[in-house]
Design a protein around this ligand. Structure first.
Ligand code: MIG
Length: 798
């Protein structure tokens, strides 16, 4: 490895022989003759943390990424040694640490197979430029190993054979393979011999990852400063790796249900009359929509927390009128604060010394939309507190429901590197440092402060925040989008890879600018993109207005109808999507699952990029090409129902699926119970008086869940939620549906309408909670019935 970053004569340095070893409960220290110490912490049976110093002493342990509620605890921990090595054993892992050079090998404790082994292992180069070290780690790649993760990289889902950099970068009109872009998420998973593990390199400096690109059988990662500090996470199921990483770095609380609806955005809707025209059109055309966005032009001269008097003379009235019509208003807030002594936010920041400074004391001055600006140091707790307080008027008084944080890489115009120079100082929560260390978490800390502000002033309703830049753990505070993509077919595919990759990297609540931000899609591309976006956790059309209109009606009537049809499907599926969010928030389960995550044992999935599972039971595959009448796609193993025709397909193979412009390949897993709401123009438009359950017959068993609550607010934290677990068991002449309920929330509906799909027999009798009932009593017709939501056992017999 790796880079010729530094003085060439220095070269790589390596740990020497281990001289001492100590153990303090779950923390082990191995010291070498040349002052290297490896600190190994056993966080869980399957999670080990490795931390190195080269100076014989560790600095303060601090991380923005790790969630304070991350689980700790193991069942078993044992240490022994022989002539060659120390042997650490947990119930899941065996880790060898070699006495001669501190290298490590990690094995599966079950079958002793190798999972991950150091090649050179830890080594470093002294950094003349910054002081400290360039810290490096190299690992031997195993036979047939594949790699996934790393956040928002717009490249093939499988990272093998490529090299990446993590440095949050404003990337207008980025392309396929552009690297780095907006986010820095230094987490990846490896998969070989059917087993998966993950590595989270918690280092906020500029980091690099090389997956067998420089050397065929070597994977390495390194950083331009800071510590070699990484977590090793074992599966062997990749889904468990992702779940453990997500546990470590946290999940968001549940969003308000409306945030899972459709959002409409553009740079920019103004003045007020234009906003109203757009929202009115949604209602006139009966296209569901829950949120409308105001981009930078709503402000007075791009001053954050102000309104243009000219364009928006009475924001409070407007926001209320929009709310009365079901629209939540979301506004943009950038980090740059205009240098203007007449502007109170600037004055407060200046008077209290809240802005970032250069090394020798001057303020960090940079040009952004408002002109010359200063930038709050969001890495200081008191600045975050101040920032949160600034939202009082917007949220509490005016009634804005969500805040959009942009430009927080941070982006600066017209300067080399398009960001702060590296000498800028940051507090880093009491660990003062330069921008080299704080750059990748700047956006995260801004979003964090914003989240606390929106939450405080919107309480007891839930906050909604969206950010462009992020580091690992940012998902605790906010949703995200992929930044300035382009209206091309290739970008439709990239958006889908990014959404899957982010989900696999702990950040599920993400979506692309539907239709593309830069340039102009034609109607067909827009329609195909809406179809895909309808199945991404965050669903918003956004575009830079320069290139024409991008509302559902901006093309032709056929397109408008397709858009409406798919947004309606999303609204019907809201309880399904919300349940999937609940599983993410509560159990760390990614909302989208790439096929490799869904079935890693099937080698066919390792290089698939278009197909994915939305939630647990919907298989989705976008149409990525113009003039398509369908496409070939891979159906994962198992039985699947075509959503449109209810035909059953057996997976484990590639096949052609028809999909004219008004359709797209969607499949439902056999045995699934899919909950549906009636179509609404916005969340809460209708009181749900009956819940539809589409039950897909399976000869065998399948479990499904349904989570519901008041759709907003915090009553659910006091037990007022409703969690239903469905267990479907089918045989040749019988289908049994069992429900297990928990929680104290009482849903507004009292009945289920059950659609029995794919039954291989004619229904002769129905038993409800062990009693035969008259088919008429449940209005049985065409395999549809209506029953009380209170049942626990329903038997359908042929
Ligand atoms: O320099 O606020 O990615 O979504 O519309 C451009 C204007 C600044 C970039 C964001 C985009 C937003 C735009 N912003």
């Amino acid at each position: 490895m790796i880079l010729n970053t530094e003085l060439e004569y220095k070269g790589d340095m390596f740990p020497s022989t281990i001289t001492t070893y100590t153990k303090d409960v779950d923390v082990l220290h191995f010291s070498t003759a040349n002052n290297v110490i490896l600190q190994l912490t056993v966080l869980r049976d399957s999670v080990l943390r490795f931390r190195y110093t080269t100076v014989g002493k560790f600095g303060k342990d601090f991380s923005y990424a790790i969630d304070e509620d991350a689980s700790r605890g193991y069942n078993h921990l044992e240490i022994s040694d022989d002539d060659e090595k120390y042997i650490i054993t947990t119930s899941k892992l065996i880790c060898h640490i070699f006495k001669s050079d501190l290298r490590k090998s990690i094995y599966d404790a079950n079958d002793n197979s190798i999972i991950c082994e150091d090649e050179k292992g830890f080594h470093w180069e002294e950094s003349y430029e910054l002081g400290g070290d360039i810290v490096k780690m190299s690992k031997a790649a195993q036979n047939g190993e594949s790699y996934y993760g790393l956040g928002d990289k717009p490249q093939h889902l499988n990272l093998k054979g490529r090299r990446f950099e993590n440095w949050a970068t404003d990337s207008y009109a980025f392309g396929k393979d552009t690297d780095p872009i907006y986010k820095a998420i230094p987490f990846y998973t490896g998969l070989h011999n059917g087993k998966s593990y993950g590595i989270f390199f918690d280092n906020t400096f500029r980091t690099f990852f090389d997956f067998c690109s420089e050397r065929r059988n070597v994977t390495s990662f390194w950083a331009q400063g800071g510590e070699m500090n990484y977590y090793f996470i074992y599966g062997p199921k990749m889904q468990d790796v992702v779940t453990s990483y997500t546990d470590l770095t946290g999940t968001p609380e549940l969003p308000p249900l409306w945030a899972l609806g459709y959002h409409q955005c553009k740079w920019s809707y103004y003045p007020e009359s234009n906003v109203k025209e757009v929202t009115q059109k949604f209602r006139d055309l009966k296209i569901p929509c829950d949120a409308i966005y105001l981009d930078i032009d709503y402000m007075e001269g791009f001053r954050c927390f102000t309104w243009s008097e000219n364009y928006f003379p009475d924001p409070k009235r407007m926001v209320k009128e929009l709310a009365d019509d079901g629209f939540k208003t979301v506004v943009i807030i950038d980090p740059g604060i205009k240098i203007d002594n007449e502007y109170s936010v600037f004055k407060e920041g200046l008077d209290n010394d809240y802005f970032c400074k250069r090394a020798d004391g001057p303020y960090m001055k940079g040009k952004v939309w408002p002109g010359e600006c200063y930038f709050p140091d969001f890495t200081r707790p008191v600045v975050r507190e101040w920032w949160a307080g600034l939202f009082k008027e917007l949220i509490e008084d005016i009634g804005v429901k969500g805040v959009w944080n942009d430009m927080n890489e941070p982006a600066v115009m017209d300067v080399p590197g398009k960001t702060f120079p590296s000498d800028v100082r940051h507090d880093y929560d009491g660990n003062p440092c330069s921008h080299n260390k704080a750059h990748n978490i700047y956006g995260m800390q801004m979003a964090r402060a914003t989240y606390h502000g929106v939450k405080r002033f919107n309480y007891p309703k839930r906050p909604f925040v969206i950010t462009r830049s992020a580091y690992s753990g940012t998902q605790r505070y906010t949703s995200t989008w992929m930044g300035d993509n382009v209206a091309t077919w290739e970008h439709l595919q990239i958006a889908n890879i990014q959404a899957q990759r982010l989900a696999l990297s702990g950040f599920s609540f993400a979506g692309s600018d539907i239709g593309g931000f830069a340039e102009q899609p034609n109607g067909e591309l827009y329609a195909r993109w809406i179809q895909l976006g309808a199945f991404h956790p965050f669903c918003r059309t956004h575009s830079s207005g320069d290139h024409g209109d991008q509302e559902p009606w901006a093309f032709d009537e056929e397109v408008t109808n397709v858009v409406r049809k798919f947004i309606e499907i999303r609204y019907q599926l809201l309880p399904y999507l919300y349940t999937s969010f609940y599983q993410y928030s509560e159990n760390n389960i990614p909302m989208l699952k790439s096929l490799v995550l869904f079935d890693q044992e099937d080698n066919q999935t390792h290089y698939r990029i278009d197909e994915f599972i939305c939630g647990n039971q919907l298989l989705i595959c976008p149409i990525n090409e113009p003039n398509a009448k369908g496409r070939r796609m891979y159906i994962p193993r198992g039985e699947w129902y075509n959503y449109w025709t209810n035909e059953i397909v057996s997976g484990g193979r590639e096949t052609w699926i028809d999909a004219d412009l008004d359709s797209m390949p969607i499949f439902v897993k056999a045995g699934a119970v899919i909950p549906k709401y009636p179509i609404q123009q916005y969340v809460g438009e209708k009181e749900i008086d009956q819940l539809t359950l589409d039950v897909y017959y399976k000869n065998g068993k399948e479990d499904s869940e349904l989570y519901e609550d008041a759709d907003d607010g915090y009553d659910y934290t006091k037990g007022r939620y409703s969690l239903k677990k469905f267990n479907v068991a089918g045989s040749e002449d019988k289908l049994i549906i069992r429900i297990h309920k928990s929680g104290k929330y009482i849903t507004s509906y009292s009945t289920f309408k059950i659609n029995l799909l794919g039954l291989p027999f004619d229904v002769k009798s129905i038993k409800l909670d062990n009693e035969y009932i008259d088919l008429e009593e449940v209005s049985f017709k065409d395999n549809t019935l209506v029953v009380s939501k209170e049942f626990t056992n329903l038997q359908i017999k042929g």
